[in-house]
Design a protein around this ligand. Structure first.
Ligand code: MTE
Ligand code: MO
Length: 237
């Protein structure tokens, strides 16, 4: 390579580095340089915020994405007319809801942070749906109920302790942003249990079964942690 061209390359590299540093300092860029992520100021600041429970908003080992990444899975029918949700198991009053009945329970739009075990988080994803707590009030879990098993299309399941399934932030959701939940994200209805890793939030939801004895779900039987607390990095068994 000619010397003049080397010099040109070096100059261009210096220019691009200066641009990078300037933009990073101004907080306008999401850049990857030598494996180092530099987040825009507002995103980095969000991650450093503290939650009401005192924990950092961004769990350890996570990086922020701006939108949910479709992670696959075997889809059920995305049609609202095909939807049935069975609330059953250790409950006083088992119940099956179709989509209209679910929606009639009263929609709430909420902003939830979700954390995928593969290392990405979305802070403040907007979901519309019904608190799982409200569903539990309808069917009245027996004192023997200690866990819930979320049931989804093609046999996908996820187990969650009752207390966490009934936390104020746990929802069944049918809207993402201001649109119906997209098929890739679990249409027509998915669970969102945001304080556990995202595999505990089944898409294409078909049932919520209340049980007295814990029962590892799809990923829990394949080496993932039974509890899945992102702040304790409970990723694998
Ligand atoms: N029914 C069903 N639900 C599922 C899954 C699946 O394979 N099937 N994958 C889980 C996993 S591992 C993750 S990370 C999230 C991904 O949700 P997303 O595709 O909407 O981002 O859905 C969870 N819910
Ligand atoms: Mo996942």
């Amino acid at each position: 390579m000619a010397r003049s061209s080397d010099t040109g390359d070096a100059r261009e590299e210096l220019r691009s580095r200066r641009r990078f540093i300037r933009e990073a300092a101004a907080g306008t860029t999401l850049a990857v340089l030598g494996g180092l992520y530099v987040l825009s100021d507002d995103v980095a600041a969000q991650g450093e915020e503290k939650r009401p429970d005192g924990r950092p908003r961004l769990p350890p080992g996570q990086r922020v994405l701006q939108a949910l990444k479709p992670m696959g899975g075997q889809s059920g029918s995305p049609l609202r007319k095909d939807f049935r949700l069975s609330l059953h198991g250790e409950v006083e009053q088992p119940l099956e809801l179709d989509f209209n009945k679910l929606q009639a329970l009263g929609a709430k739009q909420v902003s939830l942070d979700v954390h995928c075990v593969t290392g990405w988080s979305v802070l403040g994803a907007s979901f519309t749906g019904v608190p799982i707590q409200a569903l539990a009030q309808l069917v009245r879990p027996k004192p023997s109920a200690r866990h819930v098993i979320f049931e989804a299309a093609h046999g996908y399941t996820a187990n969650v302790p009752l207390r966490e399934a009934l936390a104020a932030s746990s929802y069944v959701a049918y809207q993402l942003g201001n649109e119906p939940l997209p098929q890739a994200h679990g249409a027509p209805v998915r669970a969102v249990v945001p304080d556990l890793y995202f595999w505990k939030s089944p898409k294409w939801l078909t049932g919520i079964r209340f049980v007295s004895r814990d029962e590892p779900g799809y990923w829990e039987r394949r080496g993932y942690n039974n509890h899945a607390d992102p702040w304790r990095e409970e990723r694998y068994a």
